[in-house]
Design a protein around this ligand. Sequence first.
Ligand SMILES: *Cc1c(COP(=O)(O)O)cnc(C)c1O
Length: 364
Amino acid sequence: MAAHTRYTGLIEHYRDRLPVSDSTRLISLGEGNTPLIQLHNIPKLIGKDVTIYVKFEGLNPTGSFKDRGMTMAVTKAVEAGSQAIICASTGNTSAAAAAYAVRAGIKAFVLIPEGKIALGKLAQTLMYGAQIIQINGNFDAGMSLVKQVADHAPVTIVNSINPYRLEGQKTAAFEIVDELGTAPDYHCLPVGNAGNITAYWKGYSEYATDSATHKAVTNKRPVMCGYQAAGAAPFVVGKMVDNPETIATAIRIGHPQSWDLAWKVQDESKGWFDSQTDEQILVAQKMLSQHEGIFCEPASAASLSGALQDIASGKIPEGSTIVCTLTGNGIKDPDIAIAQCKDAHPVTIDASLDAVKRAILDNM
Ligand SMILES: *Cc1c(COP(=O)(O)O)cnc(C)c1O
């Protein structure tokens, strides 16, 4: 019998592949180890012979993959003696930074675009007690300010330009290979700053180059497919976008911070970037909820939306194994969800057995 082991987060689990020592104090909330769920109904629905898994990162402690990077970035900030962290955010980075700062006992400052952050993310950041700084500007403006102010104040930047963020995030690729025993043929992701697609590629590449030391016997790496929102698609347009717009606020980014790195991922993996309209993104989000029971936030659904488009066209051929990362939890953005379901018909009845019976029989 194996000894009882309690999962205590991704740094502990992949300690030999991350920049920590025995004396490093780990700042963790048990992030990582998220489910890789095989879609059963959607492949039938589209009538294609494909195997699709979703890596549901919405089940991390603050509800997005940002926790993977934040455990590492805050651990290293604390190790270096930092008393405060700062980030620009479309919402999820601020929630994660706020939570891990509390855990570490340090201060978090977050710059968010006023009025453009999903309600759940704002609630989280408020509850964790971060110092919120709302700016009259978008994420890109906030990011530019954060980079400047870090030279003038004693704060550590925990955006994905902090290299420890990508170190933490690469572990999602390790988990996938550990579970499947090999890499998938295609890996599909939503792309904003392009830190995550870069981190996954780093993870797959590290496992592939020393396959002898991990469980899987493979040096395979997937084709990386990055999908942006049509109104915020600098990688598709081929240049920075100044006024990005999309309902998928987590990827409402026009000046990606990992620009060069992500182009390298595309080259090395023989992958591609494409865009999805807001309508397509919302259709995929609802499809996941109503056919698979998986509720992700709009930005996350860009991965599946893009995959379905490329499966339909044959660009991703039948017989392929595909992983789509669902980056964040649907509960974070209740406004969009409720607006999407305005045609749902909740019934209101008297509180009597008869009325409940009727409501059931009428709606079978
Ligand atoms: C941050 C985020 C993204 C974009 O990730 P990048 O690393 O910036 O490309 C996508 N979806 C969600 C839910 C996010 O929070």
